[in-house]
Design a protein around this ligand. Structure first.
Ligand code: FAD
Ligand code: 2HG
Ligand code: ZN
Length: 485
C-alpha cells in the first residue's frame, strides 16, 4: 500500500533531481495530472524530471523505501489515462522528458540506442540522418516518447510490415521498483540466454518498472514509394483488396488504412487544408502505401496496372496515385487528422478493437446493427489499421448534438451499453478489446472481464514478484489487492 509523502521526503526527492528537475505547485503539476483525452484529472504530490539514469535510480530507491507510488510519464498522450495519477495527491509523477540523449547509432548493425525520453519524431529523424529507417509511425509522434511507445507496445500505421513496438526492440534498460538497474541493452539479433525478461516491460504501462533506455532495430531506408487512395464500397472490399495486393506485391505493402465516408466528411468539415481527392464521394476509401528499398522504377506502373485490373473487375470504384511528395503528405494529413476531426465534431465513445482480418466485415455489419438498436441516430466512425485487423470503431452522437448539452449527456449515458455490446461481439469473434492503446485506468474492468483467468492470475503473480509494494503505477492495467478503489 503506498503512502502520502512527508514534507521531508518531498525535499529529499527534490534534492535528487536538483532545482531544474521538479514542479510542485498545483498550477504547475495540473497539466501533468490530466490525460490527453481529458477523461481524468488527478493530483500529484510532485512532478520529478530527472536528467540521468542515476537520478531515476535514486528517486525510485527512496520511493521504494518510503512506499511512495510513482506514475511514470512520457509524452502524456495515452488514450487510457495510463500516465495520470489518482486524485489522492499522494503519487509522484516521474516524467522522462529530460532523459533524451541519443546514446549510439550503429548503422552497420542497423541499431540505435536511445534514452527513453526521446520523442518518436526525434528517433525517426536520428535514424534518417544515418540513412536508416525507424518504422514506428503514430499521429502523436511529435509528443510521444520511446519509453511510452515501449510501455504501451504502440502500433500505428506501419505494423502491417514491421510489427508493433515490441517487434522493434533488441535491448532494454529498466529501473526496477526497488531502484536496481536491469541492463539488457545489447543490440543482438540472437540471444537465447534463459527467459527473455525484458519482454515483461513491453506493454506493461509502467506497472513493473521505469524504462530508461532502449536499443531499437532499424530497417533499410525506402527510396521508392507508391501511395494511393482507392475508393471502395465497403470494408469487405477493403479486406479482399488487401489480400490480393499482398499476394501481388509481397512484403513491400507497408500501410493499409481504411477511411469510411463519414471520416472523410468530418475531415472536410473540421480540418483546414483537406481537399476532396475525388470529384464525387464514395462509401469508403483505402489509403495504401508500398515502399521499396529501391530503386524500383516500374513500381508506379505496376501499381497502375494492378489498380486498372481491379477497376475492370469492379473490385474497386476509383483510385488516385500520389504524383508528388506533397500529394503523398496530403493523403497522410487526412488520415492522421481523423481523431482531431472527430473530437471537433463532439463527444466520442471509442473502441480500439482488433479481429481476425477475415472477420472484419461480419464484425462491422453486426456491430452497426447492435449500435443502431441502442442509439438509432448515433454515427459510427469506424476507421483505421485494417491491414492489422485493427479498427477504431468510434461512435459520435447524432448530428447536431452540441458539446455539454443535455442531448450529449443522454448519448454518453448509453456508452456502457454500447461498449458492452461491441466488446462482447469482439470476444465472440475471437478479437481483442484493446488492440494498440493499452489498458491504463480506463479498461482495467474490461481486462478483468475478458482476459483468460489463468493469464490474469499470472499477471498478478508477476506484478507481486516484481513490485511487491505496488508502488509502480498502482491502479493501472490489473486490479491488485492493495489498489485503493
Ligand atoms: P504516456 O502517455 O506518457 O504513457 C503511456 C503509458 O506508459 C503510461 O502507463 C505510463 O505510465 C507509461 N510510461 C511512459 N513512459 C514510460 C517509461 N519510460 N517507463 C515506464 N513506463 C512508461 N497509439 C497507438 O498505438 N497507435 C496510434 O496510431 C496512435 N495514434 C495516436 C494519435 C494521437 C493524436 C494521440 C494523442 C495518441 C495516439 N496513440 C496511438 C496513443 C499514444 O500516443 C501511444 O500510446 C504512445 O505510445 C504513448 O506514448 P507517451 O510517451 O505519450 O506515453
Ligand atoms: C489513430 O490510429 C489513433 O489515429 C487514434 O490510434 C484513434 O482516436 C482514435 O480513436
Ligand atoms: Zn490507431
Amino acid at each position: 500500500m503506498s503512502e502520502a509523502p512527508s514534507a521531508q521526503m518531498l525535499d529529499a526527492l527534490k534534492a535528487i533531481v536538483g532545482d531544474a528537475g521538479w514542479l510542485c505547485s498545483a498550477e504547475d503539476t495540473a497539466p501533468f495530472s490530466r490525460d490527453f483525452r481529458q477523461l481524468y484529472q488527478g493530483r500529484a504530490a510532485l512532478v520529478l524530471r530527472p536528467n540521468s539514469v542515476q537520478q531515476v535510480m535514486a528517486v525510485v530507491t527512496l520511493c521504494h523505501q518510503e512506499s511512495i507510488a510513482i506514475v511514470p510519464q512520457g509524452g502524456n498522450t495515452s488514450y487510457c489515462g495510463g500516465a495520470t495519477p489518482d486524485a489522492s495527491g499522494h503519487q509522484v509523477i516521474l516524467c522522462l522528458s529530460r532523459l533524451a540523449r541519443v546514446r549510439e547509432v550503429d548503422a552497420q548493425s542497423y541499431t540505435m540506442t536511445l534514452d527513453a525520453g526521446c520523442t518518436l519524431q526525434r528517433a525517426r529523424e536520428v535514424a534518417h540522418a544515418a540513412h536508416r529507417h525507424f518504422p514506428l509511425s503514430l499521429g502523436s509522434e511529435g509528443s510521444c516518447q520511446i519509453g511510452g511507445n515501449l510501455s504501451t507496445n504502440a502500433g500505428g500505421t506501419a505494423v502491417l510490415r514491421y510489427g508493433m513496438m515490441r517487434d522493434l526492440v533488441l535491448g532494454l534498460e529498466v529501473v526496477l521498483p526497488d531502484g536496481s538497474l536491469l541492463n539488457q541493452l545489447k543490440g543482438l539479433r540472437k540471444d537465447n540466454t534463459g527467459y527473455d525478461v525484458k519482454q515483461l516491460f513491453l506493454g506493461a504501462e509502467g506497472t513493473l518498472g521505469i524504462i530508461t533506455g532502449a536499443c531499437l532495430k532499424l530497417s533499410p531506408q525506402a527510396t521508392d514509394y507508391m501511395t494511393a487512395l482507392v475508393a471502395i464500397d465497403h470494408i469487405g472490399s477493403a479486406v479482399a483488396l488487401l489480400s490480393r495486393l499482398r499476394s501481388h506485391f509481397g512484403e513491400i505493402v507497408e500501410r493499409f488504412e481504411y477511411l469510411p465516408d463519414i471520416a472523410h466528411q468530418l475531415l472536410l468539415q473540421h480540418i483546414a487544408g483537406v481537399t476532396p481527392p475525388f470529384a464525387t464521394s464514395y462509401p469508403a476509401l483505402v489509403l495504401v502505401e508500398l515502399q521499396a528499398p529501391g530503386p524500383w522504377p516500374e513500381l508506379t506502373a505496376r501499381v497502375e496496372d494492378f489498380l486498372g485490373a481491379e477497376a475492370a473487375a469492379s473490385h474497386i470504384l476509383n483510385a488516385v496515385i500520389a504524383k508528388s511528395f506533397s500529394e503523398r503528405d496530403a493523403f497522410w494529413f487526412m488520415r492522421e487528422h481523423i481523431p482531431e476531426a472527430q473530437t471537433r465534431e463532439g463527444a466520442s465513445i471509442k473502441h480500439d478493437v482488433s479481429l481476425p482480418i477475415s472477420a472484419l466485415h461480419d464484425f462491422v455489419t453486426r456491430a452497426t446493427a447492435l449500435i443502431s438498436s441502442i442509439a438509432p441516430e448515433a454515427r459510427i466512425v469506424g476507421y483505421g489499421h485494417v491491414g492489422d485487423g485493427n479498427l477504431h470503431f468510434n461512435v459520435s452522437p447524432p448530428a447536431g448534438v452540441t458539446r455539454d448539452s443535455p442531448n450529449e449527456a443522454a448519448f454518453l449515458a448509453l456508452a456502457p451499453t454500447i461498449t458492452r455490446a461491441v466488446h462482447d461481439l469482439v470476444a465472440e469473434l475471437g478479437g481483442s478489446f484493446s488492440a494498440e492503446h493499452g489498458i491504463g485506468q480506463l479498461k482495467v474492468g474490461e481486462l478483468t472481464r475478458y482476459e483468460d483467468p489463468v493469464a490474469l492470475t499470472l499477471m498478478q503473480r508477476i506484478k507481486a514478484a516484481v513490485d511487491p509494494k505496488n508502488i509502480m503505477n498502482p491502479g493501472k492495467v490489473i486490479q491488485y489487492p492493495s489498489d485503493k478503489s
